[in-house]
Write a protein that binds this ligand. Structure first.
Ligand code: MN
Length: 195
């Protein structure tokens, strides 16, 4: 059984104001993530996936069409926990690995924003690393996650409407811009690059 206590917010829920409100964070972590955890617990009990670590559940259910609901909820737990760790109100420099791979910080921001704003419906924008070290920006639809595709997640932004609607309504591009320029925990991103 998973519990919300295993996935605490890495910051105080007011810390991202004025860019993301405490209300948004409280709903996002305390309601949305909590519901994915509850659904996962309800769904995987009594299956072959019960008691496996979260990443193993995701990788194994990704190949099992009959376990789509378990995959969706497990992947959403993973994605949200990863996303919250990508956010911080502390300022760190963007890692040189990224500015070199994308030629400049501005190029990286604009390519990431373009991918994120192009998602039709709900999904996630990611910076991922391939096995050979190549960095690329991708999107995944709904609950899908890079670890199901043998890609290492480096950075993500949640592009489901619940992540920004209270603060930005339909202005998805403003939300993406604001998060990229003000709230990314580049220290966490750097650690992911070095893993
Ligand atoms: Mn979300």
């Amino acid at each position: 059984m998973f519990s919300l206590n295993e996935f605490p917010l890495p910051f105080n829920s007011v810390a991202l104001e004025p860019y993301i409100s405490q209300e948004t964070i409280d709903f996002h972590h305390g309601k949305h993530l909590a519901t994915y955890i509850k659904n996962l617990n309800d769904l995987y009990q009594g299956t072959q996936y019960e008691n496996l670590p979260l990443n193993d559940i995701i990788i194994q259910t990704a190949k099992d069409d009959s376990a789509k609901k378990i995959f969706n909820n497990a992947a959403q737990v993973y994605n949200h926990n990863f996303f919250f760790h990508c956010l911080s109100n502390e300022k760190f420099p963007i890692p040189s690995e990224i500015t070199e791979a994308f030629e400049s910080a501005e190029n990286f921001y604009s390519q990431f924003k373009s991918v994120a704003t192009s998602i039709f419906g709900s999904g996630w924008a990611w910076l991922v690393q391939e096995k050979d070290g190549t960095l690329k920006i991708i999107s995944t639809a709904n609950a899908d996650t890079p670890i199901a595709h043998n890609l290492k997640p480096i950075l993500t932004i949640d592009v489901w409407e619940h992540s920004y609607y209270l603060d930005y309504q339909n202005r998805r591009a403003d939300y993406i811009d604001t998060v990229l320029k003000n709230l990314i925990n580049w220290e966490f991103v750097k650690e992911n690059l070095q893993k």
